[in-house]
Design a protein around this ligand. Structure first.
Ligand SMILES: [Zn+2]
Length: 320
């Protein structure tokens, strides 16, 4: 059969019901993947020919000229999955479209899959969320370290107690409102750790507002405007955006995880929360699915070794 019309816009379902209708067949899902992988239209990697055929049963595109077979799923989120594509799509949609996350029970019930499958796909999507190309924050940015877990009063200065994590929160100042956010777990508030985080998340030339902590000094790539806070209890007055974000994050951790977390998935937790926060105003939730599909097909498929490395990286965030 011929390739689906690639000039056709992807369906943009506005609800779960629309989604089911749009992606109820394997062909519809394949068309979406092909569109996401080759936005300008498929071209044979061997000869560059643009006419090709889609295999009726297998997910294979065959070049009409040289006969070379290309798998549209290879290297994507959907490679080597035993799950029928419509089910895999539905799972991704449910995970991404829920504004504040979805419980495992709801997920397995609505997608009609086993818990192990739902867990695997949640992990896959987190992998995609973490690996996506993130643009660094720019303009005026508030940055501060925030302690999560335990009670604030128990924290002495910048030293951490048990079951606590130190998170660097950076927020773009969008005319007094919160712009994009970046979160990073750090081992300490040392200059070295902070420089690494700021270097990764903040575009050179931006203006950084901090509480004046020494750790932020000597970052030549950003314009540092310290605003020393003498009394930590008044920090929210000086850095209101960071503290607004921090209180939302803390509420999330208290609400969903009852205030505890496992160091192994702290990194994922932050990635997922950051992802949702930065898209909280997205008028059309399904757009998120489209983007995710885009990232999912751009990425190298996460192999067993990737999982292993990723788990190690997450473990590195372990806090003492
Ligand atoms: Zn060819």
């Amino acid at each position: 059969m011929p390739l689906p019309d690639l000039l056709l816009e992807l369906p943009a379902p506005e609800s779960g019901f629309d989604f089911d209708n749009a992606f109820s067949t394997r062909e519809a899902c394949l068309a979406a993947i092909i569109k996401a992988r080759w936005p300008e239209g498929f071209a044979c990697p061997e000869c560059g020919h643009r006419t090709a055929w889609l295999h009726r049963r297998r997910p294979i595109i065959e070049c009409a000229d040289c006969g070379r077979q290309t798998s549209p799923l290879a290297g994507t989120l959907f490679a080597n999955t035993k799950l029928p594509l419509p089910k895999a799509f539905k799972l991704c949609y449910l995970i991404v479209a829920a504004k504040s996350g979805i419980s495992m029970l709801e997920l397995t019930r609505q997608a009609g899959v086993a818990e192990a499958t739902a867990t695997l796909w949640k992990r896959k999507l987190r992998f995609v969320m973490a690996g996506r190309g993130k643009k660094p924050l720019s303009g005026t940015i508030e940055t501060d370290e925030v302690v999560i877990g335990g009670r604030d009063e128990e924290t002495q200065g910048r030293r951490l107690g048990p079951n606590k994590a130190l998170i660097v929160v950076s927020v773009e100042d969008d005319g007094g409102k919160c712009g994009r956010v970046r979160l990073s777990a750090v081992d300490s508030a040392s200059g070295e750790d902070l420089r690494r985080v700021v270097g990764k998340h903040v575009k050179p030339g931006s203006t950084l507002h901090t509480d004046g902590w020494n750790g932020y000094r000597g970052m030549p790539e950003v314009k540092h405007e310290p605003d020393p806070v003498r009394d930590p209890r008044k920090a929210h007055v000086k850095l209101p955006l960071v503290h607004r974000v921090a209180s939302l994050l803390k509420r999330h951790i208290l609400g969903i995880l009852h205030g505890s977390w496992h160091p192994e998935w702290l990194g994922w937790l932050l990635e997922e929360w950051e992802y949702r926060f930065n898209r909280r105003k997205a008028a059309r939730r399904p757009l998120l699915f489209e983007r995710l599909l885009g990232w999912g097909v751009e990425m190298r498929v996460p192999t067993r070794k990737d999982w292993h490395d990723y788990t190690l990286a997450a473990r590195e965030l372990r806090v003492t």
